[in-house]
Design a protein around this ligand. Structure first.
Ligand code: CU
Length: 153
């Protein structure tokens, strides 16, 4: 009986842990500086851990800037010609839908090279994964793990 209760409580605890929701977070890019020239967005992003489901809010006056999601090479060369998505209505809210690194630049000529570019590394949802880390599901105690000790003859 005690053994049964222990297993029951263990399972209950696992279920309770799995049920804790990981709440999505809204990040205001650049904080009070918003989305503007002359801000170091690498500094802004450092130390933050983004995960799938989080949102980025880019604050700017519509028409004054754009938020273009681009490839890593276009990010590095500040080339807005082939954006994955683009918006200039300001403010722009982006939901981070996939894990991996996402790259954003302003498509107004000159602005990207003045600092208007942001890359964020996004971890899978739900885990307590550290940035860049990979997590495996915790190994569950299997049935019969200790049963060999109780062999009847
Ligand atoms: Cu701009």
């Amino acid at each position: 009986m005690a053994n049964f209760n222990a297993k029951f409580l263990f399972c209950f605890a696992l279920i309770a842990l799995a049920a804790v929701p990981s709440l999505a977070v809204m990040y205001v890019v650049g904080d009070s500086n918003g989305w503007a020239s002359g801000i170091n967005y690498a500094d802004w992003a450092s130390g933050k851990s983004f995960k799938v489901g989080d949102k980025l809010s880019f604050n700017y006056v519509g028409g004054s800037h754009t938020v273009d999601e681009v490839s890593s090479s276009d990010y590095n060369s500040c080339d807005p010609a082939n954006p994955i998505s683009t918006d200039n209505n300001g403010p722009t809210t982006i939901t981070l839908k996939t894990a991996g690194t996402h790259y954003f630049i302003c498509g107004i000529p000159g602005h990207c090279s003045l600092g208007m570019r942001l890359s964020v590394t996004v971890a899978p949802a739900g885990g307590a994964a550290a940035p860049g880390g990979s997590t495996a599901a915790p190994a569950l105690a299997g049935n019969g793990g200790s049963s060999s000790r109780l062999r009847y003859t």
